[in-house]
Every structure is written in structure tokens, then in C-alpha cells.
Design a protein around this ligand. Sequence first.
Ligand code: PHE
Length: 332
Amino acid sequence: IEKNAEKELAKVEDLDQLEDLRIKYLGKKGAIQSVFSKMGKIEAEQRPIVGKNANILKNKIQNWINEHQQKLAAEAAEKRLKKEKIDVSLPGSNLKIGKSHPLSLVTKEIEDIFIGLGFNIAEGPEVESEYYNFEALNIPAHHPARDLQDTLYIDDHYLLRTHTSPVQVRTMEAEEPPVRIIAPGRVYRSDELDASHSPIFHQTEGLVIDKNISFSDLKGTIELIVEALFGQDRKIRFRPSYFPFTEPSAEVDVSCIVCGGDGCSLCSQTGWLEIMGAGMVHPNVLEKSGYDSEIYSGFAFGVGLDRLALLKYGIDDIRVLYENDKRFLEQF
Ligand code: PHE
């Protein structure tokens, strides 16, 4: 038994084979056990000797198996280490780095310009009350301007803000004049989604209140920002318009040169493109927010950020800004 076990053990190459060998020699029906089960047939005085030798052999084989098992395990670990060696001199695989969304880029650019002019960044909630979105902006209940805004209502008193103008009121309530803020953010209207309309879009509000602020301050500020965004070659014009919260009010157009001449789909036949509403803050709005309209005056404007992003990057469909197609987003 001993010689056979030794010979066979030398050939064992893995743990499965080793287990087979253990069963063959040390198992319940194994070679050693069969010696014990034949004890009855052995002469009485021989039995202790045979039993003792069988036990010694059993322990010996068990020890061999243990040793062999350790050897196999060590070999396997060695092999794995060799296989898994890391070459630290190889270049790493390219990690994909996220890119900024075009809307974030335009927002950041505008923020930087206005911070340079001494403005602060203000914020307001997207779920807004009727009071801040309309009432405080001189748009009373049943005023037709409410219909113009295609409001998405949440209940009788709350709605998704239709413009960033409520931040004007919130800022004036919270701060003493002078005020110089811009308030970029998301706004909502129940518009049908198409190439030039989205029910979610972005504006930035601007508000300046101080003593002796005039329409020429508004003009100068807007000229400056349009120039910073689109360069010196573009022309700019103010068209008289109407907003309940400004008086006088204007809409601001830039020449279609900003989208490469007259060919761009956003540009009208006239060669002009509307980018914002603006005006002198209405005395009613100042008074409702607790400012004395005899002492203070100011201007406000609201710019459509999506449109600026489309213009700036030569995109002709607003929907791509919201679809999160990676092939589109990777370009910026
Ligand atoms: N809130 C107006 C709009 O969404 C834009 C605007 C802002 C006009 C500030 C005048 C002053 O159309």
C-alpha cells in the first residue's frame, strides 16, 4: 500500500486528483480501511501489530497528502501572480471625460460677462406662486397677458414659472437698492414641442435698480453683452413693445449676421432676430416690492438662452438641446 500510494502521489497534478487519491487510500472503502475490516481473519497476537502499522501508514499517507496539497496551492498562486503581472509602463486606457452642455456654456459665458460688470447671480424657484409670476409683476388676475404666457398650472395658486421675471420681485423684497443681478434658470410654457419651441427652455433675467438709472443705461448694457457674445460686426435694434412690468418696453433684435448672413432658419425675412425683451421697471412693480419709485428707477431684461446657444453653435433645432444624444453632446 505504501509503495503504491507514494508512486501515485508523485503523479498527482491537481487538487481533484489528490482528492481521488485520498478517497482511494483513506476513504471509508479505501485501502487502509480494508486492512482494518480484515482484522477478524488475523491471528489474535498479530492484530495489535497489524493495527499499529496500519495506523502509522494512515497518518503517513495523510501527511503526504497535506504536504502535496500545500505544494499544489503554492504552485497555483505562483502561476496566477505570473499571469496577472501589471506592466506599469503601459499607457492607461482613455477615460471618457464629460463635456459641458451648450446651454451651460452660454450661461457660464453670460455669467462671466455680468460678474465682470459687478452683477450678482440670483436664483428663484421653478415652482412659483401666481403672486410672483404675475401679480407682483403688474399682471392682475384675468389680464390677457396671462394667456399669452401659456402657463402650466400646478393648482389654483402655484404654477411652473413662465419667465425668470419673478426673481426681480424676490430680489427686491430681500435686498435694499442698489441692485445689480442676473438670474439664469429654467422656465416653462405649455408650448407644443417643435424645432423652435420647447415647453422647457431657459432665460436669464437682468435687473438693475439705483438712483438715476435711465433707458440709455439699458441700451449700453445690452450693446455690451451682445458685442461680447457675437462680436462687433453684428447690428442691434430696439423695437417698441409691451410688457406689463416695464414701461417703456422694447424687444431687442440682432442682425442675422450672427448666424452667417441671411441663411439661418432662425432668422426672419427681415434680416433680424429677436433675442430678448427689456424695459424700464414699471413704478407699480417697484412699489409692490417696497421700493420708492420717486427715488429709484431701473431696467430689466429677459434673454432667451436656448436661442443664444442655437445661434452661437449654428444649431437649427431646439430639440437637440434636450434629447441628450451623446453624439451631439460630445461636440462641445
Ligand atoms: N419676462 C419677459 C418674457 O419672458 C421678458 C422680459 C423681462 C421683458 C424683463 C421685459 C423685462 O417674455
